[in-house]
Design a protein around this ligand. Structure first.
Ligand SMILES: Nc1ncnc2c1ncn2[C@@H]1O[C@H](COP(=O)(O)OP(=O)(O)O)[C@@H](O)[C@H]1O
Ligand SMILES: [Mg+2]
Length: 312
């Protein structure tokens, strides 16, 4: 079943002093997310990620296009009850405590009074804030606030959770905590749609990713495919810089540090390279396939247009 289906979603903002010019922030986006999937929405700053999430949440309205969430029109009030949202840099009332804030959101989301208190207690435990007591939110670290934000997003046990840059601005410990929290939502079978520009987080958590750049979808890929795809290149490190002249023509890239050489070959040339190195009496240190990473994919997708510009 599809959890999210985005159809030709387009948003233009009025810009300029007189607001007479229209600038597209999102250009006819088409995207589907399966139920139970963890989907990463990747793109550099200004790509259109927040715009997409705000559109899906009904915070702003599309210039054209539409979407369905859980099979219903995305603006259907019933959809709201079944989804949760963590905005980018959420702002909470400084002088509330975490239980007070969550109680407020629980009421807003229609969590019935008899279960509210228990639900809040459980949730605080789940996001690692069981012992914050009545400490005010203004005394919370950024990581703690982000966890309160996620608790707020899942207080009504939604089926689909939307998170806008959940790890940005966090230190490594905070990022790790938020990552674990998202992993636990994933394990609980939730559909998760999150935007990020931190590729390692996307790589660790996502089943699939989409890359968006300048309002355009540049590609959609399965994260495991990046890892399992056969390496096209292999990196070979050896001791013996004198062997270089005999093998130079085989190497796609080469770095020499003293007597240590790090060279990259097309995998088809690997046997010939190793043979020649043996003949030259070089000492092998390592042979490693160069895996395509999410970063390569991301860079390729966000640079495509620059390459096109060069070739034109
Ligand atoms: N309210 C707005 N008015 C005009 N332009 C906007 C507005 N919000 C965002 N934009 C522009 O739309 C583009 C996409 O922004 P955004 O969706 O926030 O990107 P991201 O979240 O990927 O960093 C940017 O060029 C941004 O300047
Ligand atoms: Mg954003």
């Amino acid at each position: 079943m599809l959890a999210i289906e985005i159809k030709n979603l387009t948003k233009e903002y009025a810009v300029g002093f007189w607001k007479k010019q229209w600038r597209p922030a999102l250009k006819s986006l088409n995207l589907t997310v399966e139920a139970g999937e963890t989907f990463g929405f990747l793109g550099p700053n200004g790509a259109g990620k927040t715009t997409t999430l705000k559109l899906l949440m009904g915070i702003i309205f599309p210039t054209s296009g539409s979407a369905t969430i859980l099979g219903k029109d995305f603006l259907d009030p019933e959809v709201k009850r079944r989804i949760g949202f963590l905005p980018e840099q959420p702002y909470f009332y400084d002088y509330l405590s975490a239980p007070e804030l969550l109680d407020y959101y629980a009421r807003l989301s229609g969590v019935p009074a008899p279960v509210r208190k228990q639900r809040i207690g459980e949730l605080l435990g789940r996001v690692g804030l069981a012992d914050v007591g009545n400490k005010q939110l203004r005394k919370f670290s950024k990581g703690m606030l982000q966890r309160v934000g996620i608790a707020q997003a899942i207080i009504h046990d939604p089926e689909v959770v939307f998170l806008d840059e959940p790890m940005s601005g966090l230190d490594p410990v905070g990022r790790h905590e938020v990552r674990e929290l998202i992993q636990s939502l994933k394990d609980a079978g939730k559909t998760i749609f999150f935007s990020t520009h931190i590729l390692s987080d996307a790589e660790a958590l996502c089943d699939r990713v989409a890359v968006i750049h300048k309002g355009e979808l540049r590609g959609v890929g399965v994260v495991n495919d990046f890892r399992s795809s056969l390496a096209e290149k292999t990196e070979v490190i050896w001791l013996g810089a004198t062997a270089l002249s005999a093998v130079n023509s085989l190497l796609a890239e080469v770095h020499v540090t003293g007597d240590t050489v790090r060279g990259t070959v097309q995998s088809g040339d690997l046997d010939r390279l190793l043979e020649k190195l043996r003949q030259q009496g070089a000492r092998l240190i390592s042979v490693m396939p160069v895996q395509r990473t999410l970063e390569d994919y991301f860079l390729a997708k966000t640079r495509e247009e620059e390459k096109e510009a060069v070739t034109l």
